[in-house]
Design a protein around this ligand. Structure first.
Ligand code: AP5
Length: 215
């Protein structure tokens, strides 16, 4: 049986990471999150990570050739699995062409794109209140998804951190990049009828239920 290919797309802070982890677990999909893979490289201080960090800290996209290497290795290692869920890739039209070429090698193509829509003002509120566990990477929100004890991971009992790119000026830049480069990709998927639009400004449970209903 052919692997199913799903793409989660949406502005920064739309809840892609929150949903992607749950959906991949529930559906037994291979999760490929470029943001997580890049942050892993930054943490391990690899050459790729060091180069990527200079772009990520400014809210810019990391050069596609660096991201493509990680993606290709991941697809190759998991071919034949039930399905793939991409979070954060493709991010512009050129990355979409590249993904198409990579998948074609394995006689695969994108089956559906799930677009989580959240307005800009809600994005600022979400990202300035996001905290992450540096150990297990669990994501919290200081209003909607608080840890049991102030700024401490419920599971690892270590202090939560703020992502380097969750500073106001960097969030602003990430949103600009999203509107100029990713929005045209959303329009493209709309035109070819592959997109399911989901209102991301509801509870995580409601968003999850709608995603599950379309995949
Ligand atoms: P990446 O990590 O992909 O960042 P992003 O797309 O900006 O998305 P985020 O991770 O910030 O947000 P999210 O949508 O996952 O939201 P989350 O679930 O955490 O990329 C980071 C950087 O890496 C990029 O800027 C770029 O430099 C580089 N990069 C990555 N991919 C690349 C690529 N393909 N090419 C080139 N460069 C690339 O939720 C956010 C907050 O909201 C949390 O606090 C959460 O608890 C809360 N929340 C979630 N859902 C809800 C809800 N329904 N209601 C209320 N709060 C909610």
């Amino acid at each position: 049986m052919k692997s199913k290919i799903y793409v989660l797309i949406g502005p920064p802070g739309a809840g892609k990471g929150t949903q992607a982890k749950n959906i991949a677990n529930l559906k037994d999909f291979v999760l490929i999150s470029t943001g997580d893979l890049l942050r892993e490289n930054v943490e391990r201080k690899t050459e790729l990570g060091m180069t990527a960090k200079s772009y990520m800290d400014k809210g810019e996209l990391v050069p596609t050739d660096l991201v493509a290497r990680m993606i290709k290795a991941n697809i190759k290692a998991n071919i034949g699995k039930n399905g793939f869920l991409f979070d954060g890739f493709p991010r512009d039209l050129s990355q979409n062409t590249l993904l198409g070429e990579m998948l074609k090698e394995f006689d695969l193509e994108v089956d559906k794109v799930i677009y989580i829509n959240v307005k800009d003002d809600a994005i600022y509120e979400r990202l300035t209140n996001r905290r992450v566990c540096p150990k297990c990477k669990r994501v919290y929100h200081m209003k909607y998804n608080r840890p049991k004890h102030d700024e401490e991971c419920d599971d690892c009992k270590v202090s939560l951190i703020t992502r380097d790119d969750d500073k106001l000026d960097v969030i602003k830049k990430r949103l600009e990049v999203y509107h100029s480069l990713t929005q045209p990709l959303v329009d493209h998927f709309e035109k070819i009828g592959k997109i399911s639009r989901i209102d991301g400004e509801r509870t995580p449970r409601e968003v999850e239920a709608e995603i599950l209903s379309v995949i």
